[in-house]
Design a protein around this ligand. Sequence first.
Ligand SMILES: Cc1cc2nc3c(=O)[nH]c(=O)nc-3n(C[C@H](O)[C@H](O)[C@H](O)COP(=O)(O)OP(=O)(O)OC[C@H]3O[C@@H](n4cnc5c(N)ncnc54)[C@H](O)[C@@H]3O)c2cc1C
Length: 454
Amino acid sequence: MDLIIVGAGMAGLCAAVEASEIGANVVVFEKQPNVGGSSLLSGCFMAFAETELQRKLAIDDSTESLMKDLQIVGQFKNDEQLVKAYCKHQLATYNWLVARGVQFQGCQAVSGHSNPRGHTIIPAQAIHTLKKQAQKNGVKLYVDSPVVRLLTEQQWVVGVIYEQNGQTQECYAAKGVLLTAGGFSQSEDLLGAFAPQLESTIRLGGEGNQGDGIKLAASVGAWLEDFPYLKGTYGFHPSSTNEKKRQSHTFYKGGIIVNEQGNRFVNESISYKLLGDAALQQTNQRTFQIWDQTVMDKGVAGDALYDFQQLYSEGLIIKADTIEELEEKIIVPKGSLKKTIASYNRYLITGDDPFGRHTLTHTYGTPTPLETAPFYAMETATAMLATYAGVRVNEHGQALNPFGEPIKGLFAAGEMVGGFHGAGYMTGSSLGKAAIFGRIAASYALQISEEVAR
Ligand SMILES: Cc1cc2nc3c(=O)[nH]c(=O)nc-3n(C[C@H](O)[C@H](O)[C@H](O)COP(=O)(O)OP(=O)(O)OC[C@H]3O[C@@H](n4cnc5c(N)ncnc54)[C@H](O)[C@@H]3O)c2cc1C
């Protein structure tokens, strides 16, 4: 065997296809009975710039703008080398995915984007296509086979111990081990240790995402990054589960967010991660998205975030002919919402919103006044769906020790990697990073091990 890949989500499958196309013998171990992890459950946005699809939609975007947005959203705490590597390889990876049959449906302006660049996939179509391609290339894919330990010889990672059919077995690879085992949004232990402030959030994400990859890397001395920036994601109806992810972002189309006193408390155009932080500080953590018919009409049928009509038909959105009636229905103090909306509409004219809202999302778009009946509300909660903090890597995907030196034979990519997002997350950059760095790490693992005589 040349390369062992641990975890079969977007990162692991892209890595497997890449490595097998180079001609390597590859094995992928997946802990769950099915492949896909959080990638399969995801909201579908991938952040790419200068694509053919954007050109067709007359969206004028640039790699420079993507790079700038990633750094601004990450508050310049992100590792510049990783951001540069993303930007260097992003367009090639988009074209690579298209060439292998991944279908991109459309392009939306989503959180953190100064241009519409959230390229939408159908996650099941993308994952199924990549899995089929990997298997066609001869990749061995074992499901129900968790990797439980790394094997080392003279400080090189040379293989793994995995479990299968109740047996513990060893597997060795000449060119290393690539960990793509996702984050830890389903690990109460790790969330309790690193993000106790997120205890009350809804838990979403792949059932297998328990931080195994991070623990495996740490067991051979990997350094960790971005843990102070763990955040939840705002925008889910409180009844959401992995099976029914009821998500809506009316606030990025012009809606506002209020607490149970009927008051706004945040600039609605900022990252939904920061909206999550703000919402978790409200009384009883009870908040609502509020919008009018003008915003309702901006819904996008079939979209993961903007299909408002679908949520309405599921009975999750409350509708009222007047603002007073809406106040009664969602039970906020009489007159509060009316006052909040009147002030908000005035701020849109005067430009002096106390929360600083001037756009729809990030630097994109212009909000419209909430004045066209009927009016709508959706109770909204914060979910923990991806962790974005983890193993420190360099721009080639080599796992690094606390001194910044590569751990020989060990590579990591996808959600289990830290350092890329910094203090904030730009929508689409996690699936994007999984695909881009999965490919980078796989090809570098094969290249470097040829260069370094062992
Ligand atoms: C509801 C939701 C919506 C999202 N929306 C978006 C979005 O629109 N855009 C975006 O960019 N990101 C989004 N994300 C985040 C994004 O989906 C993930 O960060 C990304 O898919 C991670 O890909 P990955 O390949 O690193 O991990 P995963 O896809 O999670 O794959 C990791 C795999 O490793 C397996 N594994 C774990 N431990 C072991 C082990 N010990 N041995 C073997 N296998 C193991 C897991 O079972 C899993 O299958 C969303 C996430 C969720 C949950």
